[in-house]
Ligand binder design. Structure first.
Ligand code: PLP
Length: 471
């Protein structure tokens, strides 16, 4: 790298450090190290501004499903921007890609779904779901149905409401306020952390019972909706026990409670299906939220899909009613054009089948080999959603102290070896582009193995870990 290029790279790094307040900044470490500046991407790889190449184990952030540098999407974006960069979608104007995409999503979703509201990403899709539920319950004359149930360790985004629905302890920092009135949290269905004496079936029964108890406590007549990611993502890739989601969905139906499936991560191929709710878990939610893989990250876009029953209720019987909700960029034509092309690619290249029948099972099988490592307590996931849970003691499942930041130690080593993985506390999360080959999967797992071993070595040297118990 020439000096002049190096100077330019440093200048950009510095500008970022001095002026960009990043999402989820940890100020102390950011002030020391600044950012990794990513400059370009191709396929499953990204390059930083210093010319280093990385295999992107996190697909941007659970989203670049069809990989980087897709000429078809780039062309669709350019073509649409030339034709019509923007026109507002309020009340009774629309644009061609938005209307085509609404129909396309309604057709791809379970058959009870037939309308789509567009937003800017996952958080605004969740916010929209929340407001839509309030609106619906009021329209049908049930204003007392205003309580929402969510789960601990859930992540639903970062607007005020999305964050209040979320249940990750670490996200609830004392400097922010959260809506607590009428939002309730039940347990996370984490099999690895279930009580020792419980079988998977008993654990599932206990979670179902807890849900029923919570509804009884609030009063079913007061409960509006239940929000759930089919597989929790940022909460640690929590694959629920067999039958859990279907049982909770049935309870919602029995008690006139709407079921919101937050498929921001799970949709568009990550679990081998366009939508996972019905195809993977056998449930037909009343509302599905999605974003991320909808455009593979090529444009910001979210969508809240709603049932015919909800649409018919809110749109009938009161001629003066206005759905007073929406964003300037709802149904943005360029974003919708990107989504249409992205879905074309998923279908044309049979990417869901590839994930479901080939690469997805291989990915989880290979990652599971890491379970032999001394600090790997659990490897879990489904297809292209995976998590490694690192522990100080495999027997007791005790964690390292937070100050050790073991996930970050591992991801730092991985970065040096040319792999990006995401640290969340003691976890490392993987959500690669869905076009990752078996060779690339092998590389990722080898790099992870080496990164974890190097971390064990570092921890042993610093006295934070004694491997004696495992020799
Ligand atoms: N819902 C889930 C399940 C998510 O994982 C995320 C983001 O990671 C969101 C909602 C929020 O999406 P966004 O960051 O696009 O607002």
């Amino acid at each position: 790298m020439m000096d002049i290029e190096r100077d330019k790279a440093r200048e950009i790094w510095l500008k970022d450090k001095q002026h960009f307040l990043h999402p989820w900044t940890h100020f102390e470490s950011f002030k020391k190290a600044g950012s990794l500046v990513i400059e370009s991407g191709a396929g499953c790889y990204v390059h930083d501004i210093n010319g280093n190449r990385y295999l992107d184990g996190i697909g941007g952030l659970w989203c670049v499903n069809v990989g980087y540098g897709r000429e078809e999407i780039i062309e669709a974006i350019a073509h649409q921007a030339r034709d019509l960069a923007f026109y507002n979608p309020f009340t009774d104007t629309t644009n061609i890609p938005a209307s085509l995409l609404a129909e396309r999503l309604a057709n791809l979703a379970p058959e009870n779904i037939d309308h789509v509201f567009f937003s800017l990403g996952g958080s605004t899709a969740i916010d929209t779901a929340f407001r839509l539920i309030q609106f619906y319950q009021n329209c049908r004359g049930k204003p007392e149905k205003r309580h929402m149930i969510s789960r601990r360790e859930a992540y639903h985004g970062s607007t005020y409401i999305a964050m209040s629905l979320g249940g990750k302890k670490g996200d609830r920092v004392p400097e922010f306020e959260y809506k607590t009135d009428a939002i309730h949290h039940i347990s996370c269905p984490n099999l690895y952390r279930r009580p020792n004496h419980m079988s998977e079936v008993q654990f599932c029964d206990s979670l179902v019972q807890e849900f029923e108890n919570k509804i009884a406590e609030i009063g079913p007549q007061n409960v509006a909706a239940f929000f759930a990611e089919p597989i929790m993502g940022a909460g640690g890739v929590i694959v629920p026990p067999e039958g859990y989601l279907a049982r909770l969905w049935e309870i919602c139906r029995t008690n006139d409670i709407l079921f919101v499936a937050d498929e921001v991560v799970t949709a568009f191929g990550r679990l081998g299906e366009i939508f996972a709710s019905q195809s993977v878990f056998g449930i037909k939610p009343d509302i599905i939220t999605c974003a991320k893989g909808l455009t593979s990250g090529y444009q910001p876009l979210g969508a809240t899909l709603l049932s015919k029953e909800i649409y018919d209720t809110i749109s009938s019987d009161n001629p003066d009613r206005v759905f007073a909700h929406g964003f300037t960029y709802s149904g943005h034509p360029v974003a919708c054009a990107a989504a249409l092309e992205n879905i074309d690619i998923l279908e044309r290249e049979k990417i869901c089948q590839y994930v479901r029948d080939d690469a997805g099972p291989y990915f989880i099988e290979k990652l599971s080999e890491l379970k032999d490592l001394p600090i790997v307590g659990d490897v879990r996931g489904m297809h292209f959603m995976a998590c490694i849970e690192n522990v100080a003691d495999k027997e007791t499942k005790a964690l390292f102290p937070d100050s050790v930041d073991v996930g970050k130690m591992i991801s730092d080593h991985a970065e040096k070896l040319g792999l990006i993985v995401r640290p969340i506390g003691h976890l490392n999360i993987l959500s690669p582009p869905l076009v990752m080959t078996r060779e690339q999967i092998d590389f990722a797992v080898d790099a992870l193995r080496e990164s974890i071993l190097r971390t064990v070595e570092d921890l042993s040297k610093s006295g934070d870990y004694s491997s004696k118990a495992y020799v």
